[in-house]
Write a protein of this length. Sequence first.
Length: 124
Amino acid sequence: MTRIKLDENFSTALAELLRKNGFDAESVLEEGLSGAADEDLYAKCKEEKRCLITLDLDFSNIVRFPAEGTEGIIVMRPNRPASLEVMTSMVELFIKALENHDPANCLWILEPHQLRIRKPREKE
């Protein structure tokens, strides 16, 4: 089961939704890590072996934050204002996507009607 850390731009209610669906989910807000540097959050997720879910586009920079060696980086891109209702819908899309895909070592860009997956390069 994918272990998850929700970035500070997500309501703690979404962490609870994930827990109700059987996930080991933590929230940056619940842990008092709001305002932590992106590099520190990235390192913490790697250390804890947690998939990061964020709205922060900085994490889509594969040079700065390579997904290889992580449990996955999910950048959600709602096309409307990020209300709790919209974000709940996006988290539900993430849960559904896990039925067919493993986020480990990948960068996912999850939009309301599309999932783009950047997989690790093949090692030579």
